[in-house]
Design a protein around this ligand. Structure first.
Ligand SMILES: *[C@@H]1O[C@H](CO)[C@@H](O)[C@H](O)[C@H]1NC(C)=O
Ligand SMILES: *[C@@H]1O[C@H](CO)[C@@H](O)[C@H](O)[C@H]1NC(C)=O
Length: 149
């Protein structure tokens, strides 16, 4: 009788552990990043394409921030559980465009995380200002679990 408990424990671990490691990272939903910017990604279609909205907490301009549309693609081949993706944000309150590229991971605690890098292209008046028109950065997103944004 004494040996039954450890056996059951091992059995339950064996049943649960593969379930945890097989958890998929899903892009659809609302995310918040290390700057406090939020984005909502709509359903990813059969081709891996998706749309959404980006609500930035920061801007390189002096314009009033507005929610802006985004369009992207997820790499869908083999239905990988931690897919790579990219999207473009067409800022609705400035003449700038940002492209993001990243991967959707499940961390060791089972939490989804988006590790991304971005390039922000700002509009400049003159070819001579081209050299300073592109910024680069890193953002880390987690799923936003509070109220709808
Ligand atoms: C992001 O969402 C959080 C929680 O709803 C909110 O407190 C915050 O103001 C939002 N940030 C932006 C830039 O909208
Ligand atoms: C991009 O944003 C501009 C400014 O809001 C808008 O005129 C244009 O239609 C947008 N294009 C797309 C594809 O969303």
């Amino acid at each position: 009788m004494v040996q039954v408990t450890p056996f059951l424990l091992l059995l339950s671990l064996a049943l649960v552990a593969p379930g945890l490691s097989a958890k998929k990272c899903v892009l659809t939903g609302t995310w918040t990043n290390d700057l406090g910017s939020n984005m909502t990604i709509e359903a990813v279609n059969g081709l891996g394409n998706f749309a959404g909205t980006y609500h930035t907490a920061v801007t390189a301009t002096t314009n009033k921030i507005q929610r802006s549309p985004l369009q992207g693609s997820q790499h869908h081949v083999n239905q990988k559980s931690q897919p790579t993706f990219g999207f473009t944000v067409n800022w609705s309150f400035s003449d700038s465009v940002t492209v993001f590229t990243g991967q959707c991971f499940v961390d060791e605690t089972g939490r989804e995380v988006l590790k991304t890098m971005w390039l922000l292209r700002s509009w400049v008046n003159d070819l001579k200002d081209d050299w300073k028109a592109t910024r680069v950065g890193i953002n880390i997103f987690h799923r936003l679990r509070s109220q709808r944004e």
